[in-house]
Ligand binder design. Structure first.
Ligand SMILES: [Cu+2]
Length: 148
């Protein structure tokens, strides 16, 4: 009896130690974790915005991000590519997520592009985004809008 109690105390201590080391996701759903989502308007009054975030596939299965949706405009998955010395961006069909993979959507790389922003969207607003995964399904989260 005493042995079991000590053992479970040790387990509690260890799991607390592990969870305090790993960064905590802002949103977690169906094995997909979302860290630090942010939406940046391209400029004041500009018609488009870009969402940056980190996405982790915390499940034991590979998955694929296939589309993005937003309640404040038309969203699509983009990748910035350097052609010579000109940076341009292309719409992409998806991003593969091996099991355990962490992918950063950031400036100069993958991002969620949002065009045709709804009227009145302003810095400080909270908006809703959805990422659609082949296996995990729709992952919903919110982000704060800011100026660049
Ligand atoms: Cu883009």
């Amino acid at each position: 009896m005493k042995k079991i109690t000590l053992f479970s105390l040790l387990l509690l201590f260890l799991s607390a130690l592990i969870s305090s080391c790993a960064p905590k996701p802002d949103f977690s759903q169906n094995g997909i974790e979302i860290f630090a989502p942010s939406v940046r308007m391209v400029g004041p009054g500009a018609p488009s915005a870009i969402a940056y975030l980190q996405i982790k596939n915390a499940s034991a299965q590979p998955d694929r991000l296939v589309s993005a949706r937003a309640d404040f405009g038309d969203a699509s998955l983009h990748e910035s590519v350097l052609n010579g010395d000109v940076m341009s961006m292309d719409e992409i069909a998806g991003i593969d997520f091996p099991a355990g993979a962490l992918v950063e959507l950031r400036s100069g790389s993958y991002h969620v592009m949002i065009i045709n922003l709804r009227d009145g969207l302003a810095a400080g607003d909270t908006v809703h985004l959805t990422l659609e995964f082949e296996k995990a399904g729709p992952i919903n989260f919110t982000a704060k809008v800011s100026l660049p």
